[in-house]
Structures are given as C-alpha cells and as structure tokens.
Design a protein around this ligand. Structure first.
Ligand SMILES: [Mn+2]
Length: 316
C-alpha cells in the first residue's frame, strides 16, 4: 500500500482482482503484472524528489533493495518506526465493538474447553478443539498457534502443543486467541487436574492478584511500565518475582502483538482506546507454569475487561 498525501494505491496481482474490488475502499487498486514492489517503485519514480516513510519492521532487506533499485536516487527514504503502529494503538468505537466480540468469542470457547479437560486427552486434541470451536463461532481462524502446555511443559511460556496426554495432578496452561472480522483476541487460563497442593494454590493466587493489581493500575495517562511494575510488585511479595520471566502484556488489534508494550520501565503513556493484554505468569522448572491473561480496554478512568471466562482456580 502506497499512501500519498491525498490518496492511496494498493498494489496486488490478478489473483485478487475480484476480492480487491469488493474489499478495498478509499484506495485505488493497481493489479500488477510483474512484482508488487516494482509496480510501487515505478509509481514512486514518477514523483521525483518525494520523501517516503517506510516501516522497517514490515519491509525485509530484500524488499527494500528491490524498491531502491526501481526508484533509483530520486526518492528519499525515511525510516518511520512506529507511525502506523501508533495510529493503530488507539481503537475507534467500531474497532472496540469488534474487539469486544472477539473477546467474547474466545471466552465462550474457553468455557466449553473446561468441560473437555481430563486425564488422557492429548495437548494436540485440546488445541484442535479450541481452534475448531473458534471457527464454529464465526472466527476466521486462530490469532496465533494455540498453546496447550501441561505439567512440566507449562514452564515454557510458549510451548507448542504436543502429543503428550494430560495427566492427573498437573497444571494445564491454555493460551488461545481468535480472529473475528479481522480483530484478534488473546486469552490464557490455567487449570489443575485433580486437587492441587497448597503451594500450587498459592502460586495461582499470586498470579491472579498480580493481574488484578495490573488492572487497577490501568487508566489513560498511566505509564505502561507502571502497569508492569504493579504486577511484578505482587509477585515479588509472594517471593515469585524471579519466576515471572516475561512482560505483563501487549497491545492487541489487527495483529496479536501491537503497541503499546507493557514491559519493565516502559515509558509509553496509555491512551483511552488502547486494547491491551494483562498476562502475568509464574514458571517453575520441573513443575509447570501458571498464567492468567485477559484483554482489557483502557478507559479515561480505569479499564474494562473484555474477556469474561472465570478466573477461579479450576481443579478438574
Ligand atoms: Mn498475549
């Protein structure tokens, strides 16, 4: 997509002629015969001396080379790290409605999955059930590869589901998100198979309290790092500070990871209309992991939680 000051051009190829006609509004569509980048470069070459901002996170080195080869020296390239990302971080009313629907959809999927979790079920089976149910409820697919991590595997925050069966006396981390009409949800719950030990219950309480503290810290004008610190403080109080090995959350929207990031020391100010995840976790090598994640809309004076599945500790 090439955005000019008063118009925009989308470059695509003949496979998308009909789809582009139906789905692209407010931009000229250019069906190219050669490469998309050569076509975009040709267009730019016609505007000698033009200044072009590009997103380095979205354009590969090879793509940039092609563009530069076609445009020659007539174009000034300006790296624009976050221009689009910053616009996207604040959702308008229509987008918020879609994100609310996406969050509701994944919450319903989780409520159904709780009924399927029992010893003997494979991690892969549970992941397949999650993704099947998303689609049945209208999602176009999963927002990312569903995570089901049981027992010791739960200590890997991003474990891929495997053919391991769920076993009694294990924690099961379930992290899944759906794409509904373009907008992502992202949610995690952790359950225990059978009655949990005092130690595990205490870890779970710590994670839920950390998440509540983070949510209490959310409002327009708060720094992202303050929200992260609120979660970290609670886990520290439980002696679990070192077990929380990732950041507290991230923005969510058309992509599953957007701005703002909610990590240590992050100075970004939250804005009303940001949608973020809050997902503190505790990971114990050789035992397992606990993570609870919800999607939250930043309001002028607080936060609205969009995901609704229970946060109670389920011992199934
Ligand atoms: Mn997440």
């Amino acid at each position: 997509l090439l955005v000019h000051s008063g118009s925009a051009t989308l470059f695509t190829d003949s496979r998308y002629t009909l789809q582009a006609r139906e789905e692209v509004h407010g931009a000229r569509v250019c069906i190219t015969r050669g490469g998309l980048l050569s076509a975009a470069g040709d267009e730019l070459r016609r505007h000698r001396g033009v200044k072009v901002a590009y997103s380095p996170g979205q354009l590969s080195v090879a793509q940039m080379k092609t563009l530069k080869n076609v445009t020659g020296r007539g174009v000034r390239w300006v790296e624009s790290e976050n221009a689009i990302e910053e616009m996207r971080a604040v959702k308008d009313a229509g987008e918020i409605g879609l994100m609310r629907d996406s969050a509701r959809l994944i919450s319903e999927v989780f409520e159904e999955l709780f009924g399927l979790i029992r010893p003997g079920v494979l991690e892969n089976e549970l992941a397949a059930e999650a993704e099947y149910r998303m689609r049945r409820k209208g999602a176009s697919g999963a927002a990312f590869e569903t995570i089901v991590a049981s027992g010791m595997r739960g200590a890997w925050p991003h474990a891929r589901p495997s053919s391991k069966p769920l076993c009694k006396n294990e924690l099961v981390v379930l992290d899944a998100g759906a794409i509904l009409r373009g907008y992502c949800s992202d949610m995690t719950r952790t359950v225990h198979l059978g009655r949990a030990s005092q130690r595990v219950r205490r870890w779970y309480r710590a994670v839920v309290e950390a998440q509540e503290a983070a949510r209490d810290a959310v409002c327009a004008g708060a720094r992202a790092g303050q929200v992260d610190a609120a979660a970290r403080r609670v886990l520290g109080r439980f002696g679990l500070g070192k077990r929380f090995t990732h950041s507290t959350g991230h923005g969510l929207g058309l992509e599953v990871h957007e701005m703002p990031r909610l990590g240590r020391g992050q100075k970004t100010l939250l804005k009303a209309g940001n949608v973020i995840t809050l997902e503190p976790g505790v990971y114990v090598e050789g035992v397992g992991g606990i993570r609870v994640e919800d999607d939250v809309l930043v309001l002028a004076h607080g936060a609205e939680t969009l995901t609704t599945a229970t946060r109670d500790f389920l011992e199934l």
